[in-house]
Ligand binder design. Structure first.
Ligand code: AHG
Ligand code: MN
Ligand code: MN
Ligand code: MN
Length: 335
C-alpha cells in the first residue's frame, strides 16, 4: 500500500506562488486553521465520552439552538486565530457581530478577514454523523492600521482569496482552494499531521446524486419541484440517487467526488433560503467552481451577489455543472 507522505505544511510552502498577496500570511492562516481543526477533531471523536453532546440553552443570532460543540468549535477557532495575530477581523455564524482583532501592539496591521461556520451540520452531533467547519478569507478593503469595519466582510464571493472546509467524518479531512484548484488532505490521527490524499480535486460535469431536504417539498418554488420530479423520472440515466446528510460540507464533499447537486432552495417557510451567504454558500461555491462545478441561487452566480448583511441567507444550488444548468432552466421556465 502506497502511503501519501506530503504534509499540508509542505504543500503550502511548495505552492506559495498560488497566493498572490502574501505567501507567509497564507501559511500562518492555514497553520491556525489546521491546529484548531485538530483540536475540534479530537473533541468530536470523544463526543459521548466527554460532556459535549446537547445544547447550551442559548440561541444564536439566527434563532438556532446552539449546541455545545457549536460554542466549543467557535471558541477554539477564534482563540487560535486571535493568539496568532494573523487576521484583522473574524465573523462567525455563532457571533451576532464581527470581532475586531487589533493585535498585541494594537496596530490593526493584519490584511485579512476570516468568516466561518465553526461547526456545520450541528444537528448531527448527537447521533455520531459527520459535521464540518467552513471558512472563507478576504483581503480587507479598509486601510491597514485602522480597525476593520463591516465593509471588509460584506464583499462578494468573487473577492475570496482562500476558502476551505474541514470534515470530521470517518476520517478528518481539510479541503481548500486559493483560486488555483482544490486539494484535499487527510489527518493521520496517530501522527497529528494532514497529508495530501486528494490532489487536484475535480467534480464530474454530470452526476447522478441529488441532495435536498425533501421533507420541505410542499414549500419549495415550482421550479425546484419540477427539477426534483425530473430527478425522479425513469428516463435515460434517471431516476437519480437521493443522498442527504444534513451537513452542507459533507454533502458537497461527497458530490464533488461522485458527481451530484446540492439544493437548499427558498421556501414558503424560509423566504430567503436557510444557508448563510458569507460563510456557507460563498466558500463552498468557490471550492466547487475551482473543482470545475457551478454554484447558483437559481438564476445568478452565487459569488457575484453583493452582500448587505453579515448573516444574510441565499438559495443555493451547487455541484456538477450540467445539473446546476438544468435546475436554472427549470427555475426560469417556472418563473
Ligand atoms: P449549521 O449546523 O451550521 O447551522 O448548518 C446547518 C445547515 C447545513 O449544514 C445543512 O445542510 C442544512 O442546514 C440542514 O438543514 P435542514 O435540517 O433544514 O435540512
Ligand atoms: Mn447553526
Ligand atoms: Mn452550516
Ligand atoms: Mn454552524
Amino acid at each position: 500500500m502506497q502511503e501519501n507522505n506530503k504534509t499540508l505544511g509542505e504543500f503550502i510552502i511548495e505552492n506559495q506562488k498560488d497566493f498572490p498577496y502574501s505567501s507567509g500570511e497564507l501559511s500562518r492562516i492555514f497553520n491556525s486553521i489546521k491546529l484548531a481543526a485538530k483540536v475540534v477533531s479530537h473533541k468530536v471523536n470523544k463526543a459521548g465520552l466527554v460532556d459535549i453532546i446537547g445544547g447550551v440553552g442559548e440561541k444564536n443570532v439566527q434563532g438556532e439552538d446552539q449546541q455545545k460543540l457549536d460554542v466549543y468549535a467557535n471558541e477554539i477557532f477564534i482563540q487560535t486565530l486571535i493568539n496568532r495575530e494573523i487576521v484583522c477581523g473574524i465573523a462567525s455564524e455563532e457571533n451576532d457581530d464581527f470581532i475586531t482583532v487589533e493585535g498585541s501592539d494594537k496596530s490593526h496591521n493584519n490584511k485579512y478577514v476570516l468568516l466561518m461556520d465553526p461547526l456545520d451540520g450541528s444537528s448531527n452531533i448527537d447521533v455520531n454523523v459527520s459535521v464540518g467547519t467552513i471558512f472563507s478569507v478576504y483581503r480587507r478593503i479598509t486601510p491597514i492600521g485602522t480597525p476593520v469595519t463591516l465593509e471588509d466582510f460584506l464583499q462578494p464571493g468573487i473577492n475570496q482569496v482562500a476558502a476551505g472546509y474541514v470534515i470530521y467524518g470517518t476520517s478528518t479531512m481539510l479541503v481548500y482552494t486559493t483560486g488555483c484548484g482544490v486539494n484535499g488532505f487527510t489527518l493521520n490521527p496517530a501522527i497529528g499531521s494532514f497529508y495530501l490524499s486528494h490532489p487536484k480535486m475535480t467534480i464530474p460535469a454530470d452526476g447522478s446524486i441529488y441532495s435536498v431536504n425533501e421533507g420541505n417539498y410542499v414549500h419549495f418554488p415550482q421550479g425546484v419541484k419540477d427539477y426534483i420530479k425530473y430527478c425522479q423520472l425513469e428516463e435515460e440515466d434517471r431516476p437519480y440517487t437521493s443522498r442527504y446528510i444534513g451537513s452542507l460540507a459533507s454533502d458537497i464533499h461527497r458530490n464533488i467526488i461522485k458527481g451530484g447537486i446540492y439544493l437548499y432552495p427558498t421556501s414558503s417557510k424560509a423566504v430567503k433560503g436557510k444557508l448563510r451567504l458569507l460563510y456557507e454558500c460563498n466558500p463552498m461555491a468557490f471550492i466547487v467552481e475551482q473543482a470545475g462545478g457551478k454554484a447558483s441561487d437559481g438564476f445568478d452566480r452565487v459569488m457575484e451577489i453583493v452582500p448587505t448583511s453579515l448573516h444574510e441567507r441565499s438559495a443555493f444550488f451547487c455541484g456538477s455543472t450540467n445539473m446546476v444548468n438544468k435546475i436554472e432552466d427549470c427555475m426560469l421556465k417556472a418563473k
